[in-house]
Design a binder for this molecule. Sequence first.
Ligand code: F3S
Length: 293
Amino acid sequence: MEIVLADYAGFCFGVKRALQMTHEASGRHNSLKSLGPLIHNPQVVEQLERQGVGVAHNTDEVQDDVVIIRSHGVSPDVLERLEGKAKATINATCPFVSRAQQLANRLTEEGYRTVVVGDKNHPEVIGIVGWTKGKAIVVETPEQAQGLDLHGEKVAVIAQTTQPEENFRAAVEILKKQKNDLVVHNTICHATRERQEAASRLARSVDLMVVVGGRNSANTKKLAKLCQATGTPTYHIEHAGELCAPWFQDIKRVGVTAGASTPEWIIEEVVEKMTDIKNEDINKEEMEQEGTA
Ligand code: F3S
């Protein structure tokens, strides 16, 4: 069985940057908390907690702590609330997310109704909507875009940075039918685009795909969905312990990819465990052949 690792699997630039800022800050501050889990990966969050980096689930849980804003970013009113409660704020919002926030803010000031293509419950999208003073409309699918009444308004459309390109494009096409002067800003980050394209490409060339990442990670779930859409059987796992030997029976080539919040060591453990499964299979085959010889 050949194991092929997808290009661009694992930590993206924004997550690496947020982790680095957190590690640097943990050496300098005693009471350090991220606002929400720093990244959508429970294993990494546990590791950070062992290093003394806590989690404040909302601003009410902040009391004179140094607070890290994670890569998803937050709305301006959260930043304001933190000013009165936190000792200091370290803003680790990914620059690509900041760009989408600033754009949403500017479009609102220019009188546009902004449509955000994304998951309405995702922290990044909640933050972006906050930068439009709550005026943005969120659509998750092209079908939802179809039902919007945008009559008499100037309309602009942007994307959650981790949206699959196809979903965004399909929503834009539908909105254009209603608004021929639609202003389009594709704010999908290049890391997401490259990772998703590489995962789909690999999925088409293997017998089985394994996608590694937190079950609470939206971008990992999207990767798994994209791989499934190619018709290749796909498993989404969080760690090596979830791999099952029967999945690999009669599999010649298996692909591995990982979400933006999956650390290198978890990917390595998964590949190692797969290699063990493969070797066990070879040993079994050899023993069977010896037995029949
Ligand atoms: Fe930033 Fe893109 Fe990662 S927006 S956090 S580099 S997935």
